[in-house]
Design a protein around this ligand. Structure first.
Ligand code: TNX
Length: 621
């Protein structure tokens, strides 16, 4: 093991007294005026000066156990129990393929910045000193887990623990001691979420794509954590502007980092049809060739789509495909004019109006189209959901609308999926399990409340809090403002469990942030609109309400700026957030020499050329 230099926390910007000179001088006896009683030796002064210089260059305060977004359910720090990841650390994982894959992903995220080999080994025994341990084990206690639990009993007690400390489902338990970091969960998803927490507990330079000389400290103590809502997501509109596979994979990375577990893809709209359908091939080849502003558009082949599904699944993110019906269908009508009420092909549409197009609800051929498309998309999608849109079909009114929706709902049920639709579906008859996605802008919606009484569950996407295509401020260069301005605080300050009148918290399946892309044209713009608001939504979706705290969230969020900088992620430097100053050091890649390796911290700027991104798209990107 390499030597592990002891951390010298920055002393802060206070007046330059003895304390600011570091412990070598501060420890000397002082007279009542606070001055050293004896003259320090030259060597002491030199050492103190060197330390002070190091402190001034050091990155912001070390990460604390509670510095996690979304805020964990319970945190019990133990300042005496920090763990230091060393060059010979390994990952030990339960012998299970899904757990092993989580371990492989942990290794993948540790290797670039640390430069350590981080081997992964399957173990059943408990000899783990110095290592990271991922244990898949049901919520009921097992022998090895209870040994670990008793070791943390005092930390648990100080967290006021009353519920079992071994969450099932997506929950996890993360215990940091000087000997090991152990994550225990009942599912691979739980282990994966625990790994995301561990990632945030390491210094921000862990996000560097190139090796950094750093002391890889994980703060000691115990975290016990589980989600508040089962559905936590974001939507990407790939119809108004098309985004290739690589961009979508990167968005999935951002979701996974914050324990969001659903990606809703808005695959079709007036401006473009983005998924190949074998039985109706012109949907993609003709309907996919346009986008807002007249760009080339594009679409996903079945292979592209499967790749997105697989990439998401590995990160415990479920894909929710949306085929928007009966409105928002100009691109489909362009490809197949027989679906249009007048059977005449419309002009391609590259503007941003809504509500003018619809498939003919009175023609049986329309239902062949709906069944074929939804059948193919369902067959490509392993997740349980199929979203049929249903919004802003202004020209299909009354019974024509509810009749169409009720038929489409039955078609979805016949594919074996659960139907999701925008809340305009509410007046249509209830169908077992159906989910409405509510995007209203005030918390009073009697029609939706009535649909909930008939059995609907809700995904909440309030336009004035969760529509991340809204501008942050009047001068935000892209985005809309019809639902208001959404700064970070507005995206954070609402309660999904109590937002809608007459809707009990139990009817809320979860929350989702839609990103419509009329004005969003590139990955950098996607990231600019999502970050830093996505972590705010993630905290509402995951953390217990008792953890809700704007001041605390704002401070924790500030620590994520350096992580995004390191990873080359574009984000909006919202003035509400006290972002940590960027490190002022020159870019010095870590050298594999003892001298550099022993230094406490040499942050390095990412080399953009070396930034690893998902592989390039295969179609239309
Ligand atoms: C409303 S809300 C829409 C979208 C637009 C968005 C722009 C909803 C289900 N539909 O068609 O893109 O506003 O903010």
């Amino acid at each position: 093991m390499p030597p592990t230099p002891s951390a010298t926390p920055a002393t802060g910007p206070g007046p330059l007294g003895a304390a600011a000179l570091g412990p070598d001088v501060a420890a000397l006896p002082t007279d009542p005026a606070g001055l050293p009683a004896q003259e320090p030796a030259a060597a002491d002064l030199a050492r103190a000066a060197a330390r002070t210089a190091g402190d001034l260059l050091a990155p912001p305060a070390p990460v604390r156990l509670g510095d996690v977004i979304p805020a964990p359910e319970r945190v019990a720090p133990d300042p005496t129990a920090d763990f230091v990841l060393s060059e010979d650390a390994a990952i030990r994982v339960s012998p299970d393929p899904a757990a092993r894959d989580v371990a492989a992903q942990l290794a993948e995220l540790l290797r670039p910045a640390t430069g350590y080999p981080v081997p992964v080994t399957e173990v059943a025994d408990d000899a783990t000193a110095g290592h990271l341990v991922l244990t898949l084990s049901g919520p009921a206690a097992s022998a090895s887990a209870s040994a670990s639990a008793s070791a943390s009993a005092s930390a648990s007690a100080s967290a006021g623990e009353s519920a079992p400390d071994r969450p099932g489902g997506e929950g996890y338990r993360l215990h940091v001691t000087p000997a090991e970091v152990r994550i225990i969960a009942a599912t691979a998803a739980g282990l994966f979420h625990g790994v995301q927490t561990l990632r945030q507990l390491l210094p921000s330079s862990i996000d560097s794509p190139v090796p950094v000389a750093e002391r890889w400290v994980v703060p000691g103590g115990l975290i016990v954590d589980r989600p508040r809502f089962p559905y936590r997501g974001a939507m990407l509109d790939v119809a108004r502007h098309f985004f290739g596979v690589a961009d979508v994979l990167r968005v999935i990375d951002h979701l996974a980092r914050y324990k969001l577990n659903h990606l809703h893809l808005h695959l079709t709209d007036d401006q473009g049809w983005r998924i190949a359908v074998d039985s109706w091939p012109r949907l993609a080849t003709v309907g996919g060739a346009t986008e807002v502003g007249g760009g080339p558009g594009g679409w996903y082949t079945a292979a592209d789509y499967r790749r997105i599904v697989r990439y998401a699944a590995r990160r415990h993110v479920t894909l929710v495909p949306e085929i928007d019906l009966p409105g928002h269908t100009n691109a489909a009508l362009l490809a197949y004019p027989e679906l249009a009420p007048d059977k005449v092909a419309p002009a391609p549409y590259t503007g941003t109006e809504v509500g003018f197009s619809y498939v003919d609800p009175a023609d049986e051929r329309t239902y062949d189209f709906v069944a074929d498309v939804l059948g193919e998309v369902a067959a490509l999608t392993p997740g349980p959901w199929l979203h049929i849109g249903g919004d802003e079909a202004f020209k299909v009114k009354g019974e024509a609308y509810t009749g169409f929706i009720e038929r489409a709902q039955r078609i979805v049920a016949a594919t074996g999926k659960t139907v999701v639709g925008w809340h305009q579906l509410a007046p249509a008859a209830h169908l077992d399990g159906r989910v409405l996605q509510w995007w209203g802008t005030n918390g009073d919606d009697p029609v939706v409340a009535e649909a909930v009484r008939r059995g609907a569950r809700l995904i909440l996407s309030p336009g004035n809090h969760a529509y991340f295509d809204m501008k942050y401020a009047p001068d935000t260069p892209i985005g809309h403002d019809w639902a208001g301005l959404i700064d970070v605080r507005r995206s954070y300050d609402w309660d999904p469990g109590a937002h809608l009148a007459e809707v009990p918290a139990e009817a809320v399946l979860g929350v989702e942030a839609p990103l419509w892309t009329e004005s969003v044209t590139s990955l950098a713009e996607i990231e600019f609109m999502l970050l830093p608001r996505l972590p705010a939504l993630a905290e509402l979706a995951w953390s217990p309400r008792a953890a809700h705290d704007w001041a605390g969230f704002r401070d924790r969020l500030a620590g994520h700026g350096p992580r995004w900088d390191r990873a080359g992620i574009a984000f909006h430097r919202s003035p509400e957030i006290p972002w940590a100053a960027e490190p002022a050091q020159p870019a010095v890649p870590r050298q594999p020499t003892a001298e550099v390796a022993d230094r406490a911290s040499v942050p390095v700027r990412p080399d953009p050329a070396a930034t690893p991104g998902p592989p390039p798209a295969t179609n239309g990107a």
